[in-house]
Ligand binder design. Structure first.
Ligand SMILES: N[C@@H](CCC[C@H](N)C(=O)O)C(=O)O
Length: 273
């Protein structure tokens, strides 16, 4: 099986090209691939499959509008609706492989159609759609309880302001949340304002643990920092893996940043078995 490794601000992925939908990707295989000691190591897997061949109801719904479907899986093998950094790396792979042209086009995801914009190299931007503000929420972490804003980006987020440098937070333990409020689990972002329209953020992702960046989480953070009315503005989000930009325009949200392909190779059949 062919694979590539890529990342967007160090939110890293194993990319599995599967244009005709012939891979049977079990949660156990995803978890083994993402294992940082016994596998390739990643925060998640991006299966690159033609929408009409994906065998997923979300892909079928959009097969008339998008050629490609991003089948995103978390490191523990669970399925997520959307991945903002993932869709940018996914688009970079398609252009690099000659499977799509630089420019603007839609990618089908479980969270709906996402329009990516990219050149032959460099940063990738994506229209992430309108964030949906859902009110207040709370999470208990190893070093205390945090209150923030619940935001859906297709996937669930809780973005909490903090009043000390985010490097000082203890994210060694999964956030404890009320299952009645977050029945599907939640990605928890902690952010501190460091300048005008500028925050630093760390994230504990559902299904992957602490990661060095999260695209959907960056948009949720910009919304929480801007306030639930979401006044238009351009936000710099500093994450442990670098910097992304989020633009809120009153209608939708855009995420921009680097998307890097690192390596490619062949998985051994005996390891896969
Ligand atoms: N890192 C991603 C989000 C991946 C999915 C998330 N862990 C979930 O389960 O919702 C991003 O860049 O958005």
């Amino acid at each position: 099986m062919r694979f590539l490794k890529g990342h967007g601000t160090e939110n890293d992925f194993v990319i599995l090209p599967d244009p005709d939908g012939s891979l049977d990707l079990s949660p156990a295989t995803v978890a083994a691939l993402c294992d940082r000691r016994a596998g390739i190591g990643a925060d998640g897997v991006l299966r690159v499959v033609r929408a009409k061949a994906a065998g997923d109801p979300a892909a079928e719904e959009f097969a008339g509008e998008a050629e490609w479907f991003m089948d995103y899986r978390n490191a523990d093998g669970s399925i997520a609706e959307m991945c903002g950094n993932g869709v940018r790396v996914f688009a970079r792979y398609l252009v690099d492989a000659g499977l799509a042209a630089p420019g603007e086009w839609d990618v089908a995801t479980r969270g709906g159609l996402k329009r990516v914009t990219l050149g032959p190299s460099g940063d990738v931007s994506v229209d992430m759609g309108p964030p949906v503000v859902q009110g207040e929420g709370r999470a208990r972490l190893a070093d205390g309880e945090y209150t923030g804003l619940r935001v859906s980006m297709g996937n669930p987020h809780l973005a909490c302001p903090v009043d000390r440098p985010v490097r000082d937070l203890d994210l060694t333990r999964a956030p404890d949340v009320d299952a009645a409020v977050f029945p599907e689990g939640v990605n928890v972002e902690l952010f501190r304002t460091v300048g005008e329209h500028h925050v630093e953020m760390r994230v504990y992702e559902r299904g992957s643990g602490e990661t060095r960046s999260c695209g959907t989480g960056s948009v949720a953070t910009a919304v929480a920092a801007a306030g639930p009315d979401m006044p238009p503005g351009r936000w710099l989000i500093d994450v442990p893996g670098g910097r992304v930009t989020v633009t809120l325009d009153g209608r939708t949200s855009h995420l921009s940043g680097p998307a890097v392909l690192v390596a490619e190779g062949e998985l051994r059949d005996d390891w896969l078995r």
